[in-house]
Design a protein around this ligand. Structure first.
Ligand code: SF4
Length: 369
């Protein structure tokens, strides 16, 4: 079981970093978590250009001049948890909706016609609306239409993840939101999500279940972003040791305007986000790094090839949002409003190739039902 180091210890370790520690990190070919702490520190800020350059070289060597693309489909905004930062919180009076299996397929086919081969099924955490049978039925409908179907829903048991894997789900994302136990308690007022440890153990259950890819991350704006980055590094290194054949991704969602009155507890600037992405790229050369449409077009275009490997595009964060113009009931408002074609054009303009498909279910055919 992964034991997250004390958050205050991580912050203290980062704040004690010297310029020599930063230089040592740059000189290392295989970075340790101590080196990662150095790259995340204030002492590394004058070296951001050098970090960008090294991150760019590594990213383009490992992943080529490509950017993978995906789109989320919001299945349901029902939620039994009270997360103070989220538009779907049970406390918020928003229009609630859970797509039927036919409606979910219709949304998926809209994205299919737009050219997407990788979709991410997202929902609030309410088992009365979205349970294992519902997810299984949707997976079976979509498995032959898309190269990759990922999910971001409530944490499940290993057995249920394995059932979803057999039904055609290829990846699961489950973000810790914050690795700071104290703040975690303050922002998760009630519901199953208030159990910090159960959530922390979820990525391991996903990998145990045989999923091809597991996504971890933290919601930036709740706690010290540098310590979140170091905690992610510890978690990632532990997962890699236990599950050497699983692929891992890290996401960096920065807080966006949403229903409710919540204001970020910490400001994370674009420069901070870039430092975090560069540091993780140098720390783990093979991890997939994801930037969603939470970030603005200008920033996403500027980061192409510098660390991130996957972008969402043309996203809508309300259930049924692709088939209607109604944005009522969305989780948060997006920062990049461009269509898939516009995102692809921007990627090509920078000399990169948009990639719609980097996996085929045939690769795991013998494992499937
Ligand atoms: S963050 Fe997730 S669990 Fe929390 S209120 Fe939003 S949808 Fe529900």
């Amino acid at each position: 079981m992964f034991h997250a180091p004390e958050f205050t210890t991580l912050s203290a370790q980062i704040n004690a970093v010297t310029e020599d520690d930063v230089k040592l990190a740059f000189a290392s070919s295989h970075l340790t978590v101590e080196n990662l702490a150095a790259l995340l520190s204030p002492a590394a800020e004058p070296y951001l250009q050098q970090m960008a350059s090294q991150a760019s070289t590594i990213t383009q060597t490992r992943f080529g001049r490509t950017t993978q693309l995906y789109a989320p489909i919001y299945l349901s905004n029902y939620c039994t948890n009270r997360c103070v930062y989220c538009g779907f919180s049970a406390d918020n009076h928003i229009k609630r909706k859970c797509l039927t299996i036919d409606e979910a397929e219709k949304e998926a086919m809209i994205l299919h016609e737009r050219g997407f081969q990788h979709i991410l099924l997202v929902s609030g955490e309410a088992e009365s609306a979205v349970d294992i049978e519902y997810m299984e039925a949707i997976a079976l409908r979509l498995r032959d239409k898309f190269a990759a179907v990922s999910i971001e829903i409530q944490p499940m048991s290993t057995e249920h993840y394995h059932r979803l894997f057999l039904a055609g789900i290829t990846a699961v994302a489950v973000y810790q939101e914050t690795y700071d136990r104290e703040i975690y308690k303050e922002v998760h007022l009630s519901g199953k999500k208030s159990d910090y440890d159960y959530r922390l153990e979820t990525p391991a259950r996903v990998a145990e279940a045989g999923m091809r890819e597991v996504g971890i991350g933290a919601l930036l704006g709740l706690a010290d972003w540098r310590a979140e980055g170091l905690a992610i590094g510890h978690h990632l290194a532990w997962l890699r040791k236990q599950f050497w054949s699983t692929a891992f991704t890290v996401s960096f969602p920065r807080m966006r305007p949403a229903a409710g009155e919540f204001e970020p507890l910490q400001i994370v600037s674009e420069q901070n986000l870039s430092q975090l992405i560069f540091a993780l790229r140098l720390f783990d050369q093979d991890v997939g790094l994801i930037i969603s449409t939470r970030e603005e077009a200008r920033y996403r275009d500027g980061m192409l090839g510098l660390g991130p490997t996957r972008y969402s595009a043309g996203s809508c964060t309300a259930p049924g949002g692709y088939g209607s113009d109604d944005s009522d009931g969305e989780q948060f408002s997006v920062g990049d409003h461009r269509s898939l074609e516009e995102v692809c054009a921007a990627i090509r303009e920078k000399g990169f190739d948009p990639v719609y498909k980097d996996w085929d279910r045939e690769f795991q055919r013998e494992d499937n039902v």
